[in-house]
Design a protein around this ligand. Structure first.
Ligand SMILES: NC(=O)C1=CN([C@@H]2O[C@H](COP(=O)(O)OP(=O)(O)OC[C@H]3O[C@@H](n4cnc5c(N)ncnc54)[C@H](OP(=O)(O)O)[C@@H]3O)[C@@H](O)[C@H]2O)[C@H](O)CC1
Ligand SMILES: [K+]
Length: 511
């Protein structure tokens, strides 16, 4: 699913109005009807106090129209107009009049007003600001937002939590609604997935308000949300008349004394994701444990016992994944840099491989184009420098990836894969995956997918999705806390099965 900027959403709005020859008020009516249906199907007439806080723009207009529909269906409502400007939108005014026609009289909150009482048992509808927010809310509006947050009521935000801009970091983090649920129109917003802004909502859902599908399909978006529909077409089925050579020979280079487990996890994941053959290149101390732990993996060793000092692979690998557990000894850095000069095919670089690049940026020119770098935020910061906000982080990462023609996988709750000026936001995974070795498994999976012929960017997007899905499958059996990286590896098969399952057929169909 595409993720649009605020400007693109306004354009989609306009093109829908033109194409369907409707008025903007009708689009607002559709939006409000969807909001109403969502609430009504859950409440089914339950008598609970619903307090609607409406701004004076179209977000507020949506709230007003929703208030009317709730009132018409017998719900107990209280409508507050947050009167932060005299520039009321036409559709807001229209819906205010429609509400007054039903003899519902909103109260107008301004700078001097007392804050309304809100019980923890109330439902608050937050329709103060939508995607039109373009500056910090006034202090009195910020205080009202704080008051709503302190109420402990269930807060349903219309389109976005008020106080969050769609395209930048919040001006004042205390002036942002903490939403229990966000009902967002047509397309998800990038802020739902970034660590700095995603914390302002517990759950979100998209409501289809029938915006022009041609416009959406033909408009290039900077970000895309990656779910099952986006990932399935990337899947490459295995062929009946194939052999292990068809699916590539991966090499995982890494490990040092005490960190051989990283290579074990990565090479095991590489095999489990489908690489035909997997070899590991490790220091000598890793030989016995690796051969014992993963008999399917072939093991090559360097000349040193505790670290890698020279990397020599006596065959042409399909792909190399390098860096897990490798350490940063001087001779390891030398080995890494001379290996980079030899290798021409795209590779996967993780962990200390990335830290070596950060400390020796002159090596970047030797990294093969289209290689995949998989940093967590700290590793990314070492690579691209400090950022002030998640938006700046994404811009800098895009620039860096473009400059070196690389794929960058920014790991996090919603891992974002950056390539060619675009960001692909992952939807699978859970907090149980914040555990030792989880990244090593991902490195192995992306490497194993590239070995099978997935182009690097698809290997990254598909691998991140499948890795998260393995985490979700694993957590469903073990819970979050007990989820370990080795469970992720064991769950890769179930993750594939989950991804490829046929849509469920109605049980009684045909009866
Ligand atoms: N296509 C859709 O998704 C549809 C969305 N709808 C809803 O419309 C809003 C967007 O409405 P809009 O009127 O453009 O903007 P807001 O309601 O968010 O804000 C209203 C105006 O407030 C001004 N503003 C901005 N920041 C502040 C501030 N900090 N303090 C005071 N005032 C502020 C700004 O106007 P200015 O001229 O003063 O700059 C805003 O325009 C969207 O989120 C949906 O809820 C439609 O209903 C259906 C289609
Ligand atoms: K809102």
């Amino acid at each position: 699913m595409k993720i649009f900027s605020a400007d693109q959403i306004y354009q989609a709005d306009k093109s829908t109005i033109q194409k369907e020859q409707i008025k903007s008020e009708e689009l607002m009516e559709r939006a409000a009807a969807q909001l109403f249906e969502w609430l009504h199907s859950r409440l089914r007439g339950t008598q609970v106090n619903i307090q609607l806080f409406c701004g004076i723009g179209n977000n507020g207009g949506d709230g007003m129209a929703l208030a009317r529909m709730l009132h018409e269906h017998g719900y107990s409502i209280k409508v507050h107009v947050v009167n932060y400007s005299d520039k009321r939108s036409e559709d807001f005014l229209l819906n205010l009049e429609r509400l007054k026609d039903l003899k519902v009289w909103p109260d107008f909150i301004n700078k001097e007003s007392d804050l309304p009482e809100i019980s923890p048992n109330d439902i608050v509808v937050d329709a103060i600001f939508g995607i039109g927010l373009n500056r910090v809310p006034d202090d009195w509006v910020g205080k009202l937002i704080g008051h709503i947050n302190d109420s402990r009521a269930f807060v349903l935000s219309v389109d976005v939590p008020s106080g969050l801009s769609v395209d930048r970091a919040p001006w004042n983090t205390s002036y942002v609604i903490q939403a229990s649920y966000v009902l967002s129109f047509q397309l998800p917003k990038l802020i739902f997935f970034l660590p700095e802004t995603g914390v302002y909502l517990n759950q979100w859902e998209v409501l289809d308000i029938g915006l022009n599908q041609d416009f959406i399909a033909n408009t290039e978006a900077d970000f895309e949300l990656i779910g099952r529909p986006e990932v399935l077409p990337m899947y490459r089925p295995r062929l009946k008349f194939s052999h292990k050579g068809t699916y590539g020979h991966s090499v995982i280079v890494g490990g040092s004394y005490g960190k051989i487990g990283a290579v074990q996890l990565a090479s095991n994941a590489c095999l489990s994701v489908g690489s035909g053959l997997v070899s590991a290149f490790v220091p000598k101390c890793g030989y016995d444990s690796l051969q014992t732990a993963v008999p399917e993996v072939m093991v090559l060793t360097g000349s040193r016992d505790k670290n890698i000092s020279r990397i020599e692979i006596p065959f042409e690998p399909s792909v190399v994944g390098i860096g897990v557990g490798i350490g940063q000894d001087d001779d390891t850095i030398d080995a890494f840099s001379s290996f980079l000069k030899k290798i021409k095919l795209p590779m996967v670089i993780d962990a200390d491989g990335l830290n070596i690049l950060s400390k020796n940026p002159e090596l970047l020119k030797d990294v093969p184009q289209l290689s995949v770098l998989t940093p967590h935020p700290k590793e990314l910061e070492r690579l691209i420098g400090h950022w002030e906000s998640d938006f700046e982080k994404l811009e800098k990462a895009k620039e860096f990836a473009l400059q070196h023609n690389l794929v960058i996988v920014i790991k996090g709750a919603h891992t974002i894969t950056i390539y060619n000026g675009k960001g692909y936001v992952n939807t699978t995974g859970n907090p149980g995956m914040a555990t030792a070795g989880s990244g090593d498994v991902l490195t192995g999976m992306i490497t194993g997918l590239m070995a099978q012929g997935y182009p690097s960017v698809e290997a990254a997007i598909f691998g991140v999705y499948l890795h998260g899905l393995a985490g979700d499958v694993g957590a469903s059996k073990k819970g979050y806390e007990a989820l370990k990286a080795s469970i992720l590896v064991d769950s890769i098969g179930d993750a594939y099965a989950d991804l490829l399952r046929q849509p469920e057929i109605e049980q009684n169909e045909g009866n």
